[in-house]
Design a protein around this ligand. Structure first.
Ligand code: COA
Length: 179
């Protein structure tokens, strides 16, 4: 595997994307369609992963996304993404989605999600990515939790045996009897 090991900080992959919700983006209730939002989230997160890897990336998985608040026609949707941890060839990216009614001056956090991308070479084969070094306290929190989230998604995706998921086991063993 070619070497691509210069470390980077989360701020180097920070990506901000703005979209205005237009009639063609909405359902019959004039709310933004979930699929359109996922499309924007995928693009924003992929750009962040590309900035970290300096490579083409493919989406490997998307953790659960819940649509807790409707985003209305005419709202500004601001997406921010940054890499939270890099592994061998894969990277976890955290996204926040804010919606804003500009005339009313109202802004809400609408969604949060983690996406996983894999850097690939020209032949589409997974290739090594630079290490990620967290800077801020918030970066440290995302970084620390990323191993547990990785193991969970690999177990759910049938790529890791539950018995091999040490990080997950330690959660249950340290909280016996808790739901
Ligand atoms: C993602 C993909 C490159 C993985 O290829 P692979 O041959 O399985 O490669 P590997 O088994 O070596 O895994 C490569 C990395 O992907 C990660 N990975 C694979 N499946 C994953 C999943 N479901 N969730 C999270 N990470 C995953 C592995 O953990 C590994 O990470 P690491 O190198 O940091 O440890 C390949 O499955 C692919 O090309 N998928 C289609 C991607 C695509 O088209 N996306 C858009 C679809 S809408």
């Amino acid at each position: 595997m070619p070497s691509n090991t210069n470390s980077k900080n989360p701020s180097q992959s920070l990506t901000v994307m703005n979209e205005l919700v237009l009639p063609n983006d909405t359902n019959t209730l004039n709310n933004l369609m979930g699929g359109r939002l996922l499309h924007w989230m995928d693009i924003c997160a992929a750009i962040a992963a590309q900035k970290h890897a300096n490579r083409i990336v493919v989406t490997a998985s998307v953790d659960n996304v819940s649509f807790s608040r409707a985003i209305r026609l005419g709202n500004l949707v601001s997406l921010t993404a940054r890499v939270t941890r890099a592994f061998q060839t894969s990277m976890e990216v955290h996204l926040e989605v804010w919606c804003e009614n500009i005339p009313q001056g109202i802004r809400h956090l609408c969604n949060k999600a983690y996406f996983t991308f894999v850097a690939v070479d020209d032949a589409g084969m997974p290739t090594q990515v630079p290490e990620l070094v967290p800077e801020t306290e918030e970066d440290q929190i995302h970084f620390a939790g990323a191993l547990r989230r990785r193991q969970l998604r690999l177990v759910l995706g049938g790529r890791m045996k539950p018995s091999e998921a040490n990080e997950l086991r330690s959660i249950f063993e340290s909280n016996p009897g808790k739901p």
